[in-house]
Design a protein around this ligand. Structure first.
Ligand SMILES: [Zn+2]
Ligand SMILES: [Zn+2]
Length: 339
């Protein structure tokens, strides 16, 4: 079977890999689509230099073989099922896993192809082999939608840890792919309103077309004091935390979802947090119960129109280089590869 390997900045090739055998507790999935995430973009652009590497962790497709222990087992994916796949392994035994916080597993992730190439998912491939527990059936959802299972699980995790309840007013800082998934999910769950903040006029137009209650640039949003009960920061530019604190009403929650410069610090007022009962919550990655939520959302089709809007382009596996170049070189929501 073929698998894409990034060998240098701007260089990706398809290598042959033996078809994996499935262990009793595993399934083999024929990849229908794999999304290109930030990591794939960074590897291709040379921002992150780990070569050679087989990336691709946002995978969906159809089960083509099931191991002996899971074949026929109720609740387990079966041959022919459409699934979204969790390629993040967790040890289950470290302190964080035992606390039920497996998103924070202390054991380094990763595997390798047969030739020793580092695998960071290896989902840009014809086939992936996973534990049956990590393949979540999604009914009739398309592979394109189901490949959004991993980011959707991350957003379900973010919304779960935010303490969001129906009727809350939501603000989302960052109108990129992750911001838009927050917009779609909180609106679906009954947000009273969802506003989106971004520096890009194009992204604000797209968010409005997708049903945003209001949009604003960061400068314009500065006047919207106390406009939200929950504010999700999905684009952690300098000033984003301060803006989020000002946007969030008393008793509200600021969720720090991602994309912060590593060395960024921000002043916050401890007395302000105390007096206004503000919560500031960091969220990272996802956990199995978030996958259950994401798979349920995909199966229901509830977010299908939102997910359609987020497919920027689609390429066959043979054109993975073109897909990577597009994703690394221009603002996109999701570029999908496969099939
Ligand atoms: Zn991802
Ligand atoms: Zn662990």
């Amino acid at each position: 079977m073929k698998v894409a390997v990034v060998t240098a900045p701007g260089e990706v090739e398809l290598r042959d890999e033996p078809t994996p055998d499935v262990a009793p507790d595993e399934v083999l999935v024929e990849v229908g689509a794999c999304g290109l995430c930030t990591m794939e973009r960074r590897l291709f652009s040379g921002e992150k230099q780990i070569y050679p590497v087989a990336p691709g962790h946002e995978v969906a497709g159809r089960v083509v073989a099931a191991g002996s222990a899971v074949a026929g087992l109720s609740g387990s994916p079966q041959v022919g099922d459409q699934v979204t796949v969790d390629l993040l392994t967790r040890c289950g035994t470290c302190r964080q896993c035992r606390r039920g916080r497996s998103a924070l597993c202390r054991v380094p992730q990763g595997g390798a192809l047969t030739d020793g190439t580092i695998s960071m998912g290896a989902g840009l491939a014809e086939l992936v082999r996973v534990k049956a527990a990590a393949a979540w059936p999604v009914g009739d959802a398309s592979s394109d939608h189901a490949s959004m299972g991993e980011p959707l699980a991350c957003v379900a995790h973010s919304v779960r840890l935010s303490g969001f309840r129906a009727g809350d007013r939501v603000a989302v800082i960052g109108g990129g792919y992750m911001g838009r998934l927050h917009q779609a999910l909180t609106r679906h769950l009954g947000a009273a309103e969802v506003g989106v903040i971004d520096v890009s006029a194009d992204r604000l137009t797209d968010a409005t077309e997708a049903g945003a209650s209001w949009t604003a640039t960061p400068d314009a949003a500065a006047s919207r004091v106390d406009a939200a009960d929950i504010t999700f920061v999905t684009a952690g530019a300098p000033g984003a935390l301060e803006l989020a604190v000002s946007l969030t009403d008393d008793g509200g929650t600021v969720v720090l979802y991602g994309a912060f410069p590593k060395d960024l610090t921000a002043p916050v007022s401890p007395d302000g947090i105390h007096h206004h009962e503000l919560s500031i919550v960091g969220v990272y990655s996802q956990e199995p119960e978030d996958w259950r939520t994401a798979a349920g959302l995909l199966t229901s089709g509830a977010l299908a129109p939102d997910l359609d809007r987020l497919v920027t382009a689609r390429f066959g596996l043979d054109a993975v280089g073109d897909a990577m170049a597009l994703a690394a070189g221009s603002p996109v929501y999701r570029v999908l590869v496969g099939g």
